[in-house]
Structures are given as C-alpha cells and as structure tokens.
Design a protein around this ligand. Structure first.
Ligand code: PLP
Length: 391
C-alpha cells in the first residue's frame, strides 16, 4: 500500500499539504548552523532575527496586513484559541457574547463551547447555514451585537469549500461595535484576502494547509486589538505570545506564503479546472452522486460529493486500495460514527450525509490524478451499492 507522497494520488489537501521543496530548502539552514536566538544581542542572533522579520512580512503580504500585526503561533488551532480566549479574558464580567456559525472547524466550535461552559455568563450563538452550507449576512440582524460581542465566522469551510460573505458580515458587525474574527485557515493562499479592504479585527491561518510544515501558524490582530495572550512569559512576539521563536518553521511559513502569493492564479485556473473536471465526471459517471455545498461560492480546490446509500468510510478504504487519498468530512471527525456536524447543519439527509467524500486539490496535482480517480470511482460505487444494506 502506498505510504509515501510520491506513490499516491493525493486529493486530501484540506487535511494537510506536502511541504513545498522551496520551503524545506529555506528552512534547512535554520535547523543546521543558523541556530542563533533571534532575541540575542550579537550578530549571530541578529541575522536570524532579520530573517524572522522578513518571514513576518511575507505572511502579512498574503493577507494585506502590516508585518507588526502578525503573531506566530504553533498552529491554526492555537491562533483560533488565542482570538476567542484572548477576547473572553478581556471582556470577563462584561456579559461577553460569542456568535459563530454551525459549521465552524472544531478549533473554533469547541473553543467557543468550552468558553460557554467555563465562563459563567458567556452567551454563545451558533447561527444556521442553508442547505448549500451558505450563511446569509442577515442572520446577524436579529442578534444582539455590541462592544462585548465577538463574531467568529470561517472564511471558507474545510469540508465543503463554501466561502462565506465575510465582508458583508464584518461590515454589519463593525457598524454595531462588535469584534470580528475569521478562521481563514482554508482560505489563505486559495482566494485573495486583504484585511485592508474588509473590516476584520482578527484572523487565523495555518502553515500545513499551504505547503509549510505542521506545527506553525499565525494570528493577525488589527493594530490596537485588545487581546490577552494565551502563553505568558518572555517578550517575544510583542508580548502576545511568549516562547523562543520556532525559527525554522517561521522561515518555512514565510516562504510558503510567498509561494502562495505567486501561485494564487494557478490555484484559481489550473487547480480549479482539475477540480471542476473531477466533479463533472464523478457526478456524471457515478450513480446516486450529488454535490454538497454552494456550487459557485466555493474554494477553487475543493469538491464534496455524496454517493447515496453508501458508507463514506467504505469508499475511502477502496480508494486507498487504488492508491488514492481522499477524506470523508473533516479529518478531525474521522473515526466517529456520527455524520459530520457540517453535513448535519446543512440538513443533508442521513443516507447522503454518511456518504460524503471530500476531494481537495493543490498545485501539486496533475491531470493523471483526476484520470485515475475517475477511472476508479464508478466501479467502487457500483460494488458498494450492490452490498448496501439500505437497498
Ligand atoms: C486545519 C484547520 C484548522 C486547524 O489548523 P491546525 O494548524 O491543524 O491546528 C482550523 N481551521 C480550519 C478551517 C482548518 O481547516
């Protein structure tokens, strides 16, 4: 069975991505002889600090931010935790309120639920999406929003790729004095993001979703944002996040963001065309196939398709036999018997929700990946359907 990336058809890029060779190359010197501490006074540390600051500029550039608004973290989950918990600590005793969507990644969803249970008096609202996984900005209209309200809405959904109307929602929240956070982990590098054009306060991104390694992320806070740190200690990262900087990974994230900027066009042309072709052919050639999520307002790399009455896990095992890696819903819920909370929130019927498969592309995918998958899937679907207890 295929165990290395060069042997498999890898269509699970929303779960994690390969480290770009350019990223690895940029990192290596900082794992070898450039090991100085960026906070040191001597030049051996000072040069390292300059590289860290250049990486910060590249991360900022990807989202139209200023470099001094970027805080390096250990992952996307930490960035989300920092925003939600940092907000709550500052608004403790002031009747804080968190408003999210019903389809957030567990990094936001479970953090918000933890805070609701942990902080007496914190109100939490999880707003519904429609059958296509889309939210309408108007759902905010009958919510109480004030200076102690944090609205956290993901830019793009990891399971369906649906892109939320972030600008319209952020504008509504800012008009009423609220604070707006977005989990942009899936959006960064796939669709243009410019925090100068959207009235956001906080944003989270993660390295391993855009060809940097696992274990590095970034949080963006608009200058002046009143956020308590999650990790206290030294003065690193402007006091927002203590701990000696993870220099090699920061360098890697910077290089990955630089590459993502250069590859944004390819993502939206060639990668989008691969995704569209796979989607078109699977919907045409597999019986009982149905697209999940808004067909238009979606990331260019993601398609999520249900195959009526078939167990998604069974499809994945057969795909794995064929050397193809895809995913059912989110990697974080794989192994549980419940359909994903995203499919449930969309009201997808049980016999479809259980059979949803996500195929997610990156710039490293080729035409042959689509061809092999299109070749394998109809047979897998027919075989499993003939065994299905539902029919
Ligand atoms: C992967 C992901 C995260 C978590 O990022 P990690 O770096 O794995 O902690 C958060 N939000 C979304 C939408 C994601 O896809």
């Amino acid at each position: 069975m295929a165990e290395t990336g060069s042997e498999i058809v890898y269509l699970d890029n929303n779960a994690t991505t390969r480290v770009a060779p350019e990223v690895l190359e940029a990192m290596l010197p900082f794992l070898a002889d450039r090991y100085g501490n960026p906070s040191s006074m001597y030049r051996f540390g000072g040069t390292v600090r300059r590289h860290v600051e250049r990486a910060r500029e590249h991360v900022a550039a990807l989202i139209g931010a200023d470099a001094d608004e970027i805080v390096f973290t250990s992952c996307g989950s930490e960035s989300d935790n920092m925003a939600l918990k940092g907000f709550c600590r500052k608004h403790r005793g002031l009747h804080p309120r968190i408003i999210t969507s019903a389809v957030e990644h567990p990094a936001v969803r479970n953090t918000a639920r933890f805070l609701r249970d942990d902080m007496g008096g914190l109100e939490l609202a999880e707003l519904p999406v429609d059958g296509e996984g889309m939210i309408t900005p108007e759902v905010l209209d009958n919510q109480h929003i004030g200076p102690h309200t944090l609205v956290s809405m993901m830019w793009a959904n990891n399971e369906t790729g649906v892109v939320f109307p972030i600008r319209e929602m952020a504008e509504k929240v800012k008009e009423r004095g609220g604070i707006f956070h977005t989990d942009a982990v899936q959006a960064a590098g796939k669709v243009p993001i410019n925090v100068k054009e959207v009235p956001l306060d906080m944003l989270a991104l993660s390295g391993h979703k855009l060809h940097a390694p696992k274990g590095i992320g970034a949080a963006w806070f608009r200058r002046g944002a009143d956020i308590a740190p999650l990790i206290h200690g030294g003065h690193q990262e402007g006091g927002y996040r203590a701990g000696t900087e993870n220099v090699p990974y920061i360098i890697g994230l910077g290089r990955a963001c630089e590459l993502a900027m250069e590859r944004l066009d390819e993502e939206n042309t060639r990668v989008r065309a691969l995704r569209d072709r796979l989607e078109r052919e699977l919907l045409a050639k597999c019986t009982g196939a149905k697209l999940n999520g808004h067909p238009g307002r979606r990331l260019p790399n993601t398609t999520n398709i249900s195959f009526e009455n078939i167990e998604g896990e069974a499809i994945l095992l057969h795909l794995d036999e064929a050397g193809i890696a895809a995913s059912s819903g989110s990697a974080c819920t794989t192994g549980s018997l419940e359909p994903s909370h995203v499919m449930m929130a969309m009201g997808i019927p049980y016999n479809y929700a259980h059979s949803s498969i996500r195929f997610s592309f990156s710039v490293y995918n080729r035409d042959s990946d689509v061809e092999l998958t299109v070749l394998a899937m109809p047979g897998i679907v027919d075989k499993l359907r003939s065994l299905s207890p539902f029919v």
